[in-house]
Design a protein around this ligand. Structure first.
Ligand code: SF4
Ligand code: SF4
Length: 312
């Protein structure tokens, strides 16, 4: 049960071999990244062809994330490499978010340990994040504990698999990793959970638990009152990861839904991760109820939005 299937190395696909010169286009026919040789160092560097964010620092962060992806996977893309990249992106997002949060006006950010109103909704993740989460579960839990988690994920998936994100935002649908108000996968929690914050915990509670306030919140299409910088940091890192892997290695980086993706990895064939690293699309069933018609990666705005703190 605890066997890692992440050792699989892909026979490097032709597309990935020539990816540097023949970057994969997104559904709109755009290519965002280019690879060039730095004349000073002689090293290859990934750069953005044109900015994808308004804020210059976000473009720098996205470029750094894409460079890390290129450096880690360029020899021979592997599932282990993808997990390493996800871990790296998770650590970088937390580091950046912590630094940015430290600049928030004193006491403005309301988030505290044990405050969990934001853990009752669909959560968007990338395939490497899903692989890192399942790798973490398999390597840290006993067989019995893993069985319990798999059952909870499976129950959650059964209840929510056909629900659009608007209906997932409900006190009836806690994240399966929420245990006694705490995140049980804190070390490998998704990137979006790391940028999440609010300036008003009462607002978070009310809009989740009061049906009228929830309906008004969902109808408004607006995010809650948040300190936007950590959320922008998450968007930038996630974009760099998505663009790097989809354009340079032709991996399917369309966003997945957390519960569905973990359920698929825990119950699906062991070959699933290696199929993905070979450029196939085995994560299709984990795309989430309102993502199924998405034609493909379209960059930073492709991630599933969370019900709080959407960048306007
Ligand atoms: S986002 Fe809202 S619910 Fe989540 S920890 Fe912060 S204040 Fe609490
Ligand atoms: S993964 Fe953790 S932080 Fe994210 S929604 Fe689930 S319980 Fe909350």
């Amino acid at each position: 049960m605890k066997q890692r299937n992440s050792k699989a190395r892909a026979a490097r696909p032709e597309a990935a071999k020539k990816g540097r010169r023949d970057a994969h286009k997104d559904a709109a026919g755009r290519v965002h990244l280019t690879v060039h040789r730095d004349p000073a160092s002689g090293h290859e560097r990934v750069a953005l062809r044109s900015p994808v964010f308004q804020e210059a620092w976000q473009n720098d962060v996205a470029t750094a994330a894409a460079n890390t992806a290129y450096a880690v996977l360029r020899g021979e893309p592997s599932v282990d490499g993808a997990i390493e990249l996800a871990r790296n992106a998770m650590a970088a997002t937390s580091r950046l978010a912590a630094g940015l949060l430290a600049r928030a006006p004193g006491g403005a950010v309301a988030c505290r340990a044990g405050c969990d109103h934001c853990c009752y909704q669909a959560v968007g993740i990338t395939p490497p994040e899903a692989l890192a989460i399942v790798d973490h579960l398999r390597s840290t839990l006993s067989d019995a504990a893993l069985e319990r988690v798999a059952r909870r994920v499976s129950d959650g998936h059964e209840r929510t698999r056909d629900l659009p994100s608007s209906e997932r935002f409900s006190p009836d649908h806690p994240c399966p990793f929420l245990e006694s108000g705490r995140c049980s996968i804190y070390e490998v929690r998704p990137l979006s959970c790391r940028g999440m914050n609010s300036l008003d915990a009462g607002e978070c509670a009310t809009r989740l638990r009061d049906p009228e306030a929830r309906a008004a919140f969902l109808a408004s299409g607006k995010g809650g009152r948040s300190f936007m910088e950590p959320i922008r940091a998450f968007h930038a890192i996630s974009a760099g990861l998505q663009l790097g892997l989809s354009e340079l290695f032709r991996l399917d980086m369309r966003p997945l839904e957390l519960t569905a993706a973990v359920h698929l990895l825990l119950t699906g064939p062991e070959s699933l991760a290696s199929e993905w690293i070979r450029g196939q699309r085995p994560f299709e069933p984990a795309r989430g109820a309102d993502q199924g018609k998405d034609p493909g990666p379209s960059g930073p705005i492709d991630a599933l939005g969370r019900a709080s703190g959407r960048d306007p």
